[in-house]
Design a protein around this ligand. Structure first.
Ligand code: URA
Length: 209
């Protein structure tokens, strides 16, 4: 699929199985999701540009490299997106963080924004938009559109699991936003759950069920 990367690292696949397992406790779920998020942050930042820089080691001068280009902003789609923020920040602690809250209007079934807080310079940053589950794709689509409206021109979307339906609708709406996922599952069920999936990611992060 164009513009979609399924991360296939063995550690990630092993950890995803732990997340999916219904006997995994809330504490373990959080910890494993944090570890997976760090691995995903590693992959999603693989193409960040570097520039040569001269430094002094204790022994001699050398040409090393450092990051150049846009600084990062991680934007979490509330509430479950917050569960993968910490792992990403473990790897890129200086990244700025934004939050976007959306709910689905029961009559129109369209996402409605109820919260938005972004860094003032978000338009100049590379945004990594995070939501653990790309199910219908409606929330991710609305969040990406809102970020573009705020001036963002460089964005990647990261999720733990995706449904084929969500991948198709998101990539059709945002062909310019690469998607990184741990797996593309079989299908979306009639209740909007990814199958086989891992259940409700928010409930599993926060023990609210
Ligand atoms: N959101 C979830 O938390 N789980 C799903 O399976 C789909 C959407």
């Amino acid at each position: 699929m164009p513009n979609v990367t399924v991360l296939d690292h063995p550690l990630l696949r092993h950890k995803l199985a732990l997340l999916r397992d219904k006997t995994t406790t809330t504490a373990m779920f959080r910890q494993v999701a944090r570890e997976i998020s760090l691995l995903m942050a590693y992959e999603v930042t693989r193409d960040l540009p570097l520039e040569p820089i001269e430094i002094e080691t204790p022994l001699e001068t050398m040409q090393a490299e450092h990051l150049v280009g846009k600084k990062l902003c991680i934007v979490s789609i509330l509430r479950a997106g917050n569960g993968i923020l910490e792992g990403m920040l473990d790897l890129v602690p200086s990244a700025r963080v934004g939050h976007i809250g959306l709910y689905r209007d029961p009559s129109t079934l369209q996402p409605v924004e109820y919260y938005l807080k972004l860094p003032s310079d978000v338009a100049d940053r590379l945004v990594i938009l995070v939501d653990p589950m790309l199910a219908t794709g409606h929330s991710a689509d609305a969040a990406a559109s809102r970020l573009k409206q705020a001036g963002v021109t460089a964005m990647k979307f990261v999720c733990l699991l995706a449904a084929p339906e969500g991948v198709a609708s998101f990539t059709a709406a945002h062909p310019d936003v690469p998607v990184f996922t741990g797996a593309i599952d079989r299908e979306l069920d009639s209740h909007g759950y990814i199958r086989p999936g891992l259940g409700d990611a928010g409930d599993r992060f926060y023990g609210t069920r």
